[in-house]
Design a protein around this ligand. Structure first.
Ligand code: ADP
Ligand code: MG
Length: 637
C-alpha cells in the first residue's frame, strides 16, 4: 500500500471512530431522554386520572350506606361509581386516544381486577401482569436498545390510590415499546444521516490532506529527477508509483553515485599527488579568483616557500615585483597575458622557463559569452636541473656501452687464455720431470695465467647486466639479516657488532639479495679493518625522503688519497683482497638510485653511509609498529 493510501485510510478511520463514538453517545442520550420524557408525561397523566378517580369515587359513594365489612358490595358500588362517572371516562378515553405512547389504561381494584379498562381484557377480569415502567428507566444503554428494538412488549406506569391507609385501587398506564420506538426513530434517522455526512466529509478531507502532505515529496522527487537526469544520460525506467519509495530510491542512487565519484576523486587525487610529488617542474594551479589550489612539491625550489604556505594564497601575494621571477609572472598576470616558455635568469643565475596559461570556459565562449576565466596554470621549468639529469642519463648510457665493451673484450681474452692453459698442460707432460730448471718458469706462468683468468672472469661477471627484482621491503629486515649473517665471522675476530633500528618500518623498493650483499661487503670491510677487534655499529636512519644505513668501525681508517680509489674494481690494499667488494656495493646502490659516501680518520676508524630512497607512498603513512627483529635496540632505547 502506498503512503498516500495509508495516510487517507488513517485519517478516515480516525474521523470515523470519533464520529461513531460521538453518535453512540448522542443516540444513547436521545433514547434515555425519550424514555424519561414519556415516563414523566405518563406519571402526570396517571395523577390526573387518579384525581378524576378520587372525585368519581367520592361522588358515587357519597349518599350510599355501606357496611365497611361487606367487601363485595363495596366493590360493586365502587365499580358502578367509576364506570358511571362521565368525567373519569372522558379523561381516560381522551388520554388513550391522544397520548402518543399510551397503549391502554386500566383501573384495578385491590385484587387486580379491572374496575375500568380500555384494554382487551374487559371489565371485572384480572388485568394482565406487566413489568413496571420503572424497569425501563433503570436499564443501561444496551438493555434499553434491546427492549425498544426487540420483541414488542408493554410496560406499566403504576399509581395506587389509598383509602384509610390501605390500597383501594390502582391506575395502570400501559406504554408499548413499539410506540416508544416510533417516537424515537425519526430522531435516530437524523443522527445516522449526520453520521454518514461526517464520514463522507472526513474521506474527502483525508484525501485532500494526504495530497497536501505529499506535495513537497513530489517536488523533492522532481528535484531529484533533475539531478539524476543531468548526471546520467539514460535514467532507468520508473516503475514505482509510490512517491516515497521513488524518492528514497533516487536518494539511494544519488548516494551511490556520490560514493563512486568520491572514490574516483580520491584515487585521482592520490595519483595527482604522486605525480606532482615526483615532478621536477614547479606547478601552480589558480582558481578563477586567483587563489592557488594546487602546488607541486618542486615549487619550493623556485619560490623558497613551502607548498602548504602557498596553498590558498592569491597570485598577487605569492608574486611581488622584488624578484625577476616575481616581476615576470606578476606583469603577465596583471596584463592577463599568457607566457610561453619564457626564459629568465634569476638573481642567483639559475635559468628558468616560465609558462603561464589562463584557462577559459570554452562552452561559455561558444555560446557567445566572453568565456569566463576558470583559473590559471603556471609552470616553472628548471633548465639547469634538466641538464644535470640529461648528463646523468648520458653517463649511464656511456657506462652501459662500456659494460658491453668490457664483457665483449673479456670473452675475447678468455678464449686465448683457455688455449694457453691447455698448451701449458701439454708442454708440462712433454717436458716430463727431466728439466727441473724449466719447471720453475712453467709454475710461474701457470699461476699467473690462472690469476689472469680470475681477473678476466671477474670483469666479465661484474660487467654483465644485472636483472634487478625490486619489491617494497622494510629496510629494518635487510639490516637485521646482514647482522645475523655476519655475526659468526665477527665473534672469531673479537669484533662486537651492534645495530640500531627505528621502531617503525622504513619501506623502500629494493632487490633484497643485492642490497644485503652491498651492506655485507661494507660490514666485512669494517671488521677486516680491526685485526685486534673492536666495536662495529650498524645504524638505520630515517632522513625523510631516504634511509641511511650507516656502518661505523674503529679500524685503521683510509687515507685521503686512497679514498678516491677504494670504489674502483680490483683496488685493494689487503694481501688476499680481491678489490671487488666496494665496487660491487657502489654498483648495487646505483641500481637502487642511491649513493654511498665515506668519512674516515686514519688510525681512528671509518664511517660508510649507504643512502637508499624510500617509497614515496610510504612517506606519508609512517606510524610506530612493533619491530619484528628481536636482537636490536630502538632509536630512543
Ligand atoms: N672500513 C675500512 N677501513 C679501512 N679501509 C677500508 C675499509 N673498507 C675498505 N677499505 C679499503 O678499501 C679497499 C677496497 O675494499 P674492497 O673493495 O672491499 O676490497 P677488499 O676488501 O677485497 O680489499 C680495501 O682494500 C681497504 O684498503
Ligand atoms: Mg672487501
Amino acid at each position: 500500500m502506498s503512503l498516500k493510501s495509508k495516510l487517507v485510510l488513517a485519517i478516515t478511520s480516525l474521523v470515523f471512530l470519533v464520529t461513531v463514538v460521538l453518535s453512540l453517545v448522542y443516540v444513547n442520550e436521545l433514547l434515555q431522554s425519550v424514555v424519561t420524557q414519556s415516563y414523566d408525561t405518563n406519571v402526570l397523566v396517571a395523577r390526573q386520572i387518579r384525581y378524576a378517580l378520587q372525585l368519581a369515587l367520592e361522588n358515587g359513594l357519597k349518599d350510599q350506606q355501606v357496611d365497611p365489612n361487606d367487601q363485595a358490595k363495596l366493590r360493586q358500588l365502587a365499580a358502578a361509581a367509576v364506570r358511571d362517572n362521565s368525567g373519569l371516562t372522558a379523561v381516560v378515553s381522551s388520554v388513550n386516544r391522544y397520548s402518543p405512547t399510551v397503549y391502554d389504561i386500566s383501573i384495578s381494584d385491590n385484587r387486580g381486577k379491572a374496575l375500568l379498562t380500555t384494554g382487551t381484557t374487559g371489565d371485572d377480569n384480572p388485568i394482565p401482569l406487566r413489568p413496571n415502567y420503572q424497569r425501563l428507566r433503570d436499564s443501561n444503554a444496551v438493555e434499553l436498545v434491546k427492549i425498544v428494538f426487540g420483541t414488542p412488549s408493554v410496560y406499566d406506569v403504576v399509581l395506587p390510590l389509598e383509602r384509610n391507609g390501605e390500597s383501594f385501587a390502582t391506575v395502570h398506564i400501559g406504554v408499548r415499546t413499539t410506540l416508544l420506538r416510533a417516537l424515537y426513530e425519526p430522531e435516530l434517522k437524523a443522527a445516522l444521516t449526520l453520521m454518514s455526512l461526517a464520514l463522507a466529509t472526513s474521506l474527502i478531507v483525508a484525501f485532500l490532506l494526504g495530497n497536501l502532505a505529499l506535495r513537497p515529496m513530489e517536488e523533492l522527487s522532481m528535484q531529484l529527477d533533475y539531478w539524476t537526469a543531468t548526471a546520467e544520460e539514460t535514467p532507468t525506467e520508473e516503475v514505482e508509483t509510490d512517491t516515497v519509495v521513488r524518492v528514497s530510491n533516487k536518494i539511494e542512487r544519488i548516494g551511490q553515485r556520490m560514493r563512486n565519484v568520491e572514490e574516483v576523486f580520491s584515487a585521482l587525487k592520490e595519483n595527482l599527488d604522486q605525480v606532482l610529488g615526483n615532478l621536477q617542474d614547479g606547478i601552480l594551479l589558480f582558481t578563477g579568483d586567483g587563489r592557488a589550489v594546487l602546488v607541486s612539491n618542486a615549487v619550493k625550489r623556485f619560490l623558497h616557500q613551502d607548498r602548504n604556505v602557498l596553498l590558498g594564497q592569491h597570485a598577487r601575494e605569492i608574486f611581488d615585483r622584488s624578484t625577476v621571477l616575481g616581476k615576470t609572472v606578476r606583469d603577465a598576470w596583471d596584463a592577463g597575458m599568457t607566457l610561453v616558455q619564457e626564459e629568465i635568469v634569476t638573481e642567483s643565475g639559475n635559468r628558468i622557463e616560465v609558462s603561464l596559461d589562463f584557462i577559459h570556459d570554452d562552452r561559455a565562449s561558444d555560446e557567445g559569452g566572453s568565456g569566463e576565466g576558470l583559473g590559471a596554470l603556471l609552470t616553472l621549468h628548471d633548465q639547469e636541473s634538466v641538464e644535470v639529469i640529461e648528463n646523468e642519463l648520458e653517463l649511464s648510457r656511456r657506462m652501459a656501452a662500456i659494460g658491453r665493451l668490457t664483457s665483449g673484450v673479456g670473452h675475447e681474452v678468455k678464449n686465448p687464455i683457455n688455449a694457453i692453459v691447455v698448451h701449458l698442460e701439454l708442454l708440462k707432460t712433454k717436458l716430463g720431470n727431466s728439466s727441473a730448471p724449466a719447471n720453475g718458469h712453467l709454475a710461474v706462468i701457470d699461476s699467473e695465467i690462472h690469476r689472469l683468468d680470475r681477473v678476466v672472469q671477474t670483469l666479465v661477471d661484474f660487467s654483465r647486466p644485472v636483472e634487478v627484482k625490486l619489491i617494497e621491503y622494510d629496510l629494518r629486515h635487510v639490516v637485521a639479516d646482514v647482522v645475523t649473517l655476519a655475526a659468526a665471522e665477527m665473534s672469531t675476530r673479537q669484533v662486537i657488532l651492534t645495530s640500531v633500528l627505528p621502531d617503525y618500518p622504513l619501506i623502500a623498493k629494493v632487490d633484497i639479495d643485492l642490497l644485503k650483499q652491498a651492506v655485507l661487503n661494507v660490514v666485512q670491510n669494517g671488521a677486516q679493518a680491526m685485526p685486534e677487534g673492536g666495536k662495529l655499529e650498524v645504524m638505520l636512519l630515517d632522513e625523510g625522503k631516504s634511509a641511511i644505513i650507516q656502518v661505523r668501525d674503529e679500524g685503521w681508517g683510509i687515507s685521503e688519497d686512497l679514498r678516491e680509489k677504494i670504489f674502483d674494481l680490483y683496488f685493494t690494499t689487503k694481501k688476499g683482497g680481491s678489490g671487488i667488494g666496494l665496487a660491487m656495493t657502489y654498483r648495487i646502490l646505483q641500481l637502487h638510485h642511491g649513493s654511498i659516501d665515506v668519512q674516515s680518520e686514519l688510525g681512528r676508524g671509518s664511517v660508510f653511509q649507504l643512502r637508499i630512497p624510500l617509497s614515496a607512498t610510504d612517506r606519508g603513512r609512517r606510524h610506530p609498529q612493533p619491530a619484528v627483529i628481536g636482537t636490536t635496540k630502538g632509536l630512543e632505547g
